[in-house]
Each structure stands twice: as structure tokens, then as C-alpha cells.
Design a binder for this molecule. Structure first.
Ligand SMILES: [Zn+2]
Length: 222
């Protein structure tokens, strides 16, 4: 392995882990196995993704719009659709959690899944999905909102992390970022596709379809 690619791998892992604080609430127990001769940045990231609880992208229920799975492997554990999985964002052919073309098993549907199977960098979708993994132990929880359907909810931590359960939509958080004062509340948008967080100093953070109007920060405060 080249020194530069090792550095890149460490950078990518650091990036992934910086969005991830604490072990997952439901550890998968997935062992990280890497054959030294086949090790690559992306393969390590792929296995870490599993360990954090991410499934293969090509096992999403909407995968048939993008890839062709050979009938002979449709029931295999690495190819079957996982209906109970949680779709996160748009289908991401370039995700490190997506397989590349394997003759007789998986291929792109025409050009619908160009670039599938890359193992170089995390996509924005990979980073967003990793950031949305519920973490445990949680910081002090200070607020809660229900999902639009009522079949889920979001909790917010004083340090700005947002944790989703059920069908609640995670649209981002301030977890892992500097905050001048703790977060103390969360409010949903009417659509259920966004929310605002408010901090003790009056700072407001908007996510998803929530619009930002202004904060109530008193700049004269010491
Ligand atoms: Zn895998």
C-alpha cells in the first residue's frame, strides 16, 4: 500500500468517525475482515459501514430502478432486498456500500447506475447516513418531536445531536460541532421534512425544509 493511500484511508476513517460518537444503539457485531492483499481505503470504509449498522445500498427496495440483480442471487444475503432497512436519501450508486459490477450477479440497468462500486471516497450520502446512526450513550436529552405519521420521533441532545426512531426523518444535526451554549429545544416544520433547534443563547439552527429567519442572540451579552 502506498503511503499516500494509507493517509487518505485514515483521513476518510477519521471523517466517518467524527460524525459518529459512541457505539451504535444496536451493535451489529459485524467483524471487520480485510485480506491484506486486497485492502483498499474503500474496502475498509465499507466494512466499517457494516459495523456501524449500514446495509448494502443495492439491497434497498428501490434498487431495481438502477441495477439488474441476476435471479440466481436474488435470495443471497448480500443481494436480497432488505425491506425493514431504512432508506436514507436518494439511491446512491457511488456509495461505498454499493457493489460494483459482478458478472452473473449485479450490473447497472443501462447507464442508470454509472460509477457503481467505487471504493475511493465516502459520498455525501455515506457521510449523511453515518451521521444519522443513532448513538448510545446519549448526551442529556432536552427535547422531542413526533414524526408526521406519529410512527416515530426525534430526540435532541443538549450538545446538538439528533437521534431518530421509527419513520422520523433525520435532516441533520449540530452533533460533533462547536456550540456556544447548549441546545434546549426542537420544533418540527408542518411538512415533517425539517426542524429547528434552538440553543440557550437564542441561536437557531434550521434543517431540512425549515427556513432560517433570524436568531435571538444578544450580541451585547458577555
Ligand atoms: Zn458488504
Amino acid at each position: 500500500m502506498k503511503h499516500t493511500s494509507l493517509k487518505a484511508a485514515i483521513h476518510q476513517i477519521t471523517l466517518l468517525l467524527s460524525f459518529y460518537r459512541g457505539p451504535p444503539s444496536k451493535p451489529t457485531g459485524h467483524p471487520i475482515r480485510c485480506t491484506v492483499s486486497k485492502i483498499s481505503n474503500g474496502s475498509i470504509l465499507h466494512e466499517i459501514g457494516h459495523a456501524l449498522g449500514l446495509h448494502h445500498e443495492h439491497q434497498r427496495p428501490d434498487r431495481d430502478d438502477f441495477v439488474i440483480i441476476d435471479p440466481s442471487v436474488k435470495k443471497d444475503k448480500d443481494y436480497k432486498v432488505i425491506p425493514e432497512g431504512r432508506k436514507f436519501g436518494a439511491y446512491d450508486c457511488k456509495s461505498v456500500m454499493h457493489y460494483g459490477k459482478i458478472p452473473g450477479k449485479i450490473s447497472s440497468k443501462g447507464s442508470a447506475c454509472a460509477g457503481m462500486g467505487q471504493r475511493k471516497i465516502l459520498t455525501m450520502g455515506d457521510i449523511a447516513a453515518a451521521a444519522a446512526i443513532p448513538t448510545f450513550p446519549f448526551d442529556t436529552i432536552c427535547g422531542m418531536i413526533r414524526s408526521k405519521s406519529g410512527n416515530g420521533y426525534l430526540l435532541v441532545e443538549t450538545r446538538g445531536g439528533v437521534v431518530y426512531f421509527g419513520d422520523a426523518l433525520f435532516c441533520g444535526s449540530r452533533g460533533g460541532q462547536h456550540l456556544d451554549t447548549p441546545v434546549c429545544g426542537i420544533a418540527p416544520t408542518p411538512s415533517g421534512n425539517g426542524y429547528w433547534l434552538v440553543a440557550e443563547d437564542g441561536g437557531v439552527f434550521s434543517f431540512g425544509d425549515a427556513q432560517f429567519f433570524d436568531s435571538a442572540i444578544d450580541s451585547t451579552r458577555p
